[in-house]
Write a protein that binds this ligand. Sequence first.
Ligand code: GMT
Length: 377
Amino acid sequence: MKIGIVCYPTFGGSGVVATELGMALAQRGHHVHFITYKQPVRLDFISNDIHFHEVFVEEYPLFQFQPYELALSSKMVEVVEMYNLEILHVHYAIPHAYAAYMAKQMLKEKGIELKVVTTLHGTDITLVGSHPNYKTAVEFSINNSDVVTTVSESLKNDTLRLFNITKDIRVIHNFIDFEQYPEIDSEECQRDTIANENERIIIHVSNLRPVKRAADVIDTFNKIQKEIPSKLLIVGEGPDRENLESLAKELGILEKVLFMGNSNEVNKLLCYSDLFLLPSQTESFGLAALEAMAARTPVISTNSGGLPEVNLHGVTGFLSNVGDTDDMAKNGIYILSDLDRLDEFKQNALKQAKQFSLKSILPFYKEVYREVIADCC
Ligand code: GMT
């Protein structure tokens, strides 16, 4: 199959899922073309069948905002025509599904039928997409996609609740490619560079935006470290970083909190982590939690959005109400205070992560592609 993939190229989960999916398809002999404004961070040219097409937006003094959708839909048309793409799979509705609709119409004028698959990832529906400023265009582009998928049951329900949807929505959960996510061997997993033998290592990975409620990470950690000697790793960059540093300083725990910045090798940090904190306001799925579980790290998260579909309460970690850092800390202490119990949670986390292996999830996307192609021409 010849597939175009459109995504955000940054460290966000939707870009990671899109990139991993494209690489997996190329490894299996499909022709994959990424179309976006920068090379996706996780993109590894592991096969001759992976191409990257950069979308340029010219600066012009008249524009207060650069017309990215216009440049993107023009690039979509160019790439589809040049490489005879059969499908455009767009990840994150804004503005990708809208640009794909425009490309589809432009190609139709040339007698070319393009199929559009839209995968909804989260805030394109919840925090941003349903805002009155965007809702009309987001609803239109969802309803005019050939196939729509969401990354969790919870996001499907949110989409149906917040929009007037006339299309069937399929749930295809996010996944982990266990072959590309090898276990780090003990030499590479340098735990002693971070903590002493008696200390536990707690980790949070995100883009430190308000929706992640990273201040709750500091608050929860502060409560845990009073009972259990521990260190906290904060991985990622974002607008809340400075506030987090100030908060850690105010609480007198700055020397126990390590800000690691963005990392492409999170598994080298997860390999020695004992607990992952994800206190998000909302999370359609929580890919970061799944990645932690794949590295045997139990998860303390909120019970919002799709998190209960990933993190099993009392089995792979615990779920708490948003903002209830007392409960999160209590649960964290429960897991960390007994090494046998910690080990059991670690094993359960890995077992649950395996339910979301690439091997089990990829066939669902392939089935969608085959169906839309069969329906074509
Ligand atoms: O929706 C977003 O905030 C951005 C998006 C991203 O690009 O990081 O995150 C969403 O998509 C991920 C991949 O499907 C999910 O794992 C995240 O839970 C989801 N984020 C939210 O719902 C806040």
